[in-house]
Design a protein around this ligand. Sequence first.
Ligand SMILES: [Zn+2]
Ligand SMILES: [Zn+2]
Length: 318
Amino acid sequence: MSLDDDRYEVFLPHHTASKHRIMAITGFPGHPQLLALATVSNATAARRLADALNSHLLGRRNHVERLDESLIGLPESVVATVRQLPIKPAQGTHLGRARLADHLHGDPIDGILMFPTTSCASSECVTCGNCVDDCQDCEICEEGACVDCVRPDLTPRTARVLAAAGSILADQYFDHAEELNAGHPCTFGEIVPAIMRKQPVEFFRRMARIFDDLTDDLQDGVEPRPLDMSEQIALDLMIQEAEVLFEDPDVIDSFVQGLPETRYDYDFNSLYDALFEDMDHIGLLSSKNGPNAPGELEFLFEPFYDGEQRDPNRGFRR
Ligand SMILES: [Zn+2]
Ligand SMILES: [Zn+2]
């Protein structure tokens, strides 16, 4: 492979009736070219590998693990080809311009697919031995005696629907901020908890960004654990929105296409136990509270733990 790393623009899956390929577009500097890198046996594996290569190229969070996991189970020849690609992970722009991969917003699945699909730690668990049938008939697991086999709360499908809910809410809150900014009456009042209804434009932009942050966590294969009360409220609203989405099977199908199905999917209620530190935000969400005066909700943004907060310079998507 004589290409240097500057030349990869984007990786794409390409499907025909019988084949699923991973293609690369190369070409800066020089003429754009389309190269076939590898062929795999199913559509999801092709899409996952292309997404993971883009994540690697762009230096997204967890990109090393995302690529490693996307290669599990693929033929050795494919693994060898991918490992030889001269990709140097970089952030965003290179040579003063964004790569094509940067402009592709196809909801990557390589992070989402890192969420567990089985309760078994591995096929050979140290405690319960040979995990068969996801330990459904395992006496040791039934007694709760195996600490390695844990029922997954956040499966890929659950994570994907929760991420979809997060994107919807982020856009609604950004829209709401724009309406307020334009001096229009608060048309989105009913989607906003009562305590927030008198807050200024900037407050809603920050809330919108929190929905984006939690959605990014999910897309990057990271459990969305709230770091402050505003995130705890946002995650609760996302779970509620996911439950609403779940009532329309057609909508759900469009989101989870290609993701593995598990017996643990869509147990949104279990996420309160799995992801929340406590349920102290519930009182704030009760309609009897508020609306608070502008600026009175700053305490929502105080980190639960010192030093645990998101990059203050991460900017806003909109
Ligand atoms: Zn077991
Ligand atoms: Zn076990």
